[in-house]
Design a protein around this ligand. Structure first.
Ligand SMILES: Cc1cc2nc3c(=O)[nH]c(=O)nc-3n(C[C@H](O)[C@H](O)[C@H](O)COP(=O)(O)OP(=O)(O)OC[C@H]3O[C@@H](n4cnc5c(N)ncnc54)[C@H](O)[C@@H]3O)c2cc1C
Length: 549
């Protein structure tokens, strides 16, 4: 049972840094979300170092309670988000669009709808080639995926008989990590029509979405903890358990304004802003690790004098390291809408439309861990279209020296002919699945058949009304081979031109595999933190405690 006043077995308040007071740690981590939580936990486990995490948000269990924890409500939030917007443009019908990024311990893993999948094999091999490090090859990288997760097969005694999910024997063996990956105890009624609909459109079943093949249909797995059927996040799985070590200190609701360097360009700490207090410093005797995510890691590098000379000189920021590609090269998936139609089965929303339904579902969730609240509302027959391997590239930059001002985000979705053609073709392909859904009633409500039959009109419709974020930004501090002038970090995540500073998060990928990005972020972080530990001289202890050769 969850007691909100306890985090990781401690009263809240234990293991917390004292705001306003300078302090010194071996490692200072900026951002306690997905990557930052994993770095903190692995450093505590694999070293005897002291570690501080500075996070602008707080524990989502405290600030957002059940809404963050119960799968069905997982996309509702208050105060957990940075409220960023992307620059509107012709490819998004000039609409202002919110771009979510979690602001809490556990990060976007505490704010996302928890889908867990891993991308396909080839792109990992490409990542390895791009950066000249074979650790990123699928066969080698698998070790890092496995380290994070604890897989549980679907419980078919609780799911409906016509909602069985495939999973591989490989998945079954993945039991040693802290992040729970599981199939909900309830499937959306429409999903039972999925196999027939997708097979009719020429797709085949895949054994799961974590073994390196995404080309086919199946149910998604989610980061859900079977014990309570609540969200399993980087905070619950990694961060909070690590707090019991006594060597992990968290500064919550605290925003890093700047990374500090000595005259030899060595990162020596961070400057923190907490409203109502004078700024104060945390010193790092070994390294500063930047894990502020794909939108805010480049922002913080630029505010810390690392980036494109032209941008920074306009704002009067001097340069410690002139790196032209900070914030450039942003890879991002985008949702492009879908096809709406009426159906005879209950939908995600209609199933809980009355007060009585909600009370019943709540009781079912609490008493037996079953029912609609265990499911986020999307299985595999929701007819959303997402471009997962895009060729359009965006960027992130700054127009202010204040960390509390939003970074400028330009996604440029659908700006290449290739992405435009795939978008139109994807709608056609989806159309052929929808044709086969027996539960569909009548014609489509949107887009109408005139638009659907004309490529130009359809593309315009997608740009004006369909395209939007699914929040998978990455590579804004791109990893490249040592000496690559277009890269920001090397294959160990070390920032070029300075010392003792690494970027470990989704911004420092070398290539973004198709699919959702949290599994790649967990794997990438597990890989880079082994580099931190080895470079810190802790290899022996690491091998002994974690068994990594
Ligand atoms: C709404 C949403 C839905 C998503 N859905 C899915 C999904 O279902 N499946 C999936 O696989 N992926 C999903 N993703 C993507 C996935 O969650 C991210 O790719 C992943 O969490 C990125 O991790 P990260 O560590 O790079 O960044 P984040 O998790 O964003 O962590 C960055 C942390 O740094 C903190 N921070 C930033 N600046 C500062 C500062 N100056 N000082 C202190 N702290 C700072 C932030 O508050 C944040 O906690 C989703 C993302 C979002 C936002």
């Amino acid at each position: 049972q969850w007691f909100p006043q306890f985090i990781g077995g401690h009263l809240t308040g234990t293991s917390f840094g004292i705001p306003g007071r300078n302090a010194t740690y071996d490692y200072v981590i900026i951002g306690g979300r997905t990557a930052g939580s994993v770095v903190a936990a692995r450093l505590v486990e694999g070293t005897n170092a002291t570690v501080a995490v500075v996070e602008a948000g707080t524990f989502y269990e405290l600030s957002n309670g059940n809404l963050s924890q119960v799968p069905y409500y997982s996309q509702q939030y208050s105060g957990l988000d940075w409220q960023s917007h992307i620059e509107s443009g012709m490819f998004t019908g000039n609409r202002p669009l919110h771009y979510a990024q979690g602001k809490n311990l556990g990060g976007s893993s505490g704010r996302n709808p928890m889908l867990y999948n891993r991308g396909t094999k080839g792109p990992y091999d490409l990542w390895a080639e791009e950066v000249g490090d074979n650790s990123y090859r699928w066969d080698n990288f698998f070790l890092f995926f496995e380290k994070s997760i604890n897989f549980t097969p679907p419980d078919m005694t609780l799911r409906a008989a016509n909602a069985s999910a495939n999973y591989s024997t490989q998945a079954q063996q993945e039991k040693s990590g802290p992040l729970h990956v599981h199939y909900p105890n309830y499937a959306q009624p429409i999903s039972s029509y999925g196999p027939e609909a997708y097979a009719g459109a020429g797709f085949s079943p895949v054994q799961d979405f974590i073994s390196g093949d995404l080309n086919g249909y199946n149910y998604f797995a989610f980061a859900i903890d079977l014990d309570g059927n609540t969200r399993s996040s980087a905070e619950t799985a990694f961060f909070s358990p690590a707090m019991s070590s006594g060597r992990l200190t968290v500064y919550q609701s605290s925003t890093v304004r700047k990374i500090l360097f000595d005259r030899n360009k060595r990162a020596i700490g961070v400057e923190i802003d907490l409203p109502g207090l004078q700024p104060y410093d945390l010193n790092a005797t070994k390294e500063v690790i930047l894990s502020a995510g794909a939108l805010r890691s480049p922002q913080l590098l630029m505010l810390s004098e690392i980036g494109l000379n032209a941008t920074m000189s306009q704002l009067g920021i001097p340069t410690v390291s002139a790196l032209d590609f900070v914030g450039q090269n942003m890879h991002d998936s985008c949702a492009i809408g879908g096809i709406s139609f009426q159906m005879t089965t209950p939908s995600q929303t209609s199933i809980l439309s009355t007060e009585e339904d909600r009370i019943k579902a709540d009781e079912q969730f609490r008493v037996s861990g079953t029912g609609p609240l265990t499911n986020i509302g999307a299985d595999f027959a929701s007819v959303n279209v997402i471009l997962v391997a895009t060729t359009s590239r965006g960027h992130v930059t700054i127009n202010s020296t204040n960390v509390f001002d939003q970074p400028v985000i330009k996604t440029n979705w659908l700006s290449t002919i290739a992405d435009q053609e795939v978008a139109v073709d994807a709608y056609r392909r989806v159309l052929s699945t929808v044709e086969n859904i027996e539960a569909r009633v009548g014609d489509y409500t949107a887009p109408n058949s005139t638009i659907l039959s004309d490529n130009t009109l359809l593309l315009q419709y997608i740009q004006d009304e369909g395209v939007g974020p699914i929040h998978h930004a990455s590579i804004t501090c791109r990893m490249g081979r040592e000496g690559d002038a277009t890269a920001v970090v090397d294959p160990k995540g070390r920032v070029s031109g300075v010392q003792r500073l690494r970027v470990i998060d989704s911004s420092s990928f070398g290539f973004t595999p198709p699919g959702h990005t949290q599994a790649a972020t967990y794997g990438h972080t597990e890989k880079l933190v082994t580099d931190v530990i080895r470079d810190g001289g802790y290899a022996d202890r690491w091998n002994e405690t974690v068994g990594m050769g």
